[in-house]
Design a protein. Structure first.
Length: 225
């Protein structure tokens, strides 16, 4: 599943282009929630110093394998990965840029954790550093896509027929989006994953980002979202 995840989400060209226009010649970058390391390699090819941070043990091990492969091919690459997430950031004035792509921020389920995370990010940046935060517009998804009916996807992987059943629900009290994935190989249940996401909204996010100390904000989204 990890290898498939890394293969599906492999195009982050817009993020790379934005970072290259904002950074100095050889910046230090922290990739929070780096997953299997999908952005580590293209950024390291730019000659940048990259540190990945991943709180999921399986994804962390996959990222560490990728880092070993990259550094064995290019011993000059300044690249590493550590186990942890937003709440483990303890650096001060170290990074020129911090990125959080594909939604790791909404895994922080309480307001207190999100406020703490933004404070840690701000402290870890050098003066003038930038923070790129990529999150889903859950309000749009609630209006356009939400349904409690199971959704089924099927795909051939290594000559095996793999089926993915997705079930969604909401926790109205705590403001959480509940997501369950069941993976079948043939007719046999192979793996089940449960995810909880904080249902974020843009005004709240802007308020807490500014409260953390960020002075200049750029909001980019698709017109319908």
């Amino acid at each position: 599943i990890n290898a498939e995840y890394g293969g599906v989400f492999k195009s982050y060209e817009p993020h790379e282009k934005f970072l290259t226009t904002q950074q100095k010649e050889k910046p230090k970058i922290l990739d929070v929630g780096c997953g299997v390391g999908r952005l580590l390699e293209p950024l390291s090819r730019l000659g940048w110093s990259i540190l990945g941070l991943e709180p999921d043990r399986d994804y962390f091990e996959a990222a560490r394998t990728n880092v070993r492969r990259i550094t064995s091919q290019n011993p000059k690459a300044e690249l590493d990965v550590e186990f942890g997430g937003f709440c483990e950031i303890s650096h001060r004035n170290r990074f020129d840029g911090i990125i959080a792509i594909n939604g790791p921020f909404y895994y922080l389920l309480s307001v207190y954790d999100r406020v703490d995370a933004l404070d840690r990010v701000f402290s870890a940046l050098v003066p003038g550093g930038i923070f790129v935060l990529d999150v889903a517009n859950f309000i749009f998804y609630l209006a356009a896509y939400f349904s409690r009916e199971k959704r089924v996807q099927e795909k051939e992987i290594l000559d095996f027929k793999v089926k993915r059943e997705t079930q969604l629900d909401l926790d109205f009290h705590d403001g959480l989006w509940l997501h369950r994935d069941c993976f079948y190989v043939g007719d046999m249940l192979f793996h089940t994953e449960y995810h909880k996401f904080a249902v974020l909204n843009l005004p709240e996010l802007i308020f807490f980002v500014k409260k953390a100390g960020f002075l200049s904000l750029i909001h980019i989204s698709e017109p319908t979202r």
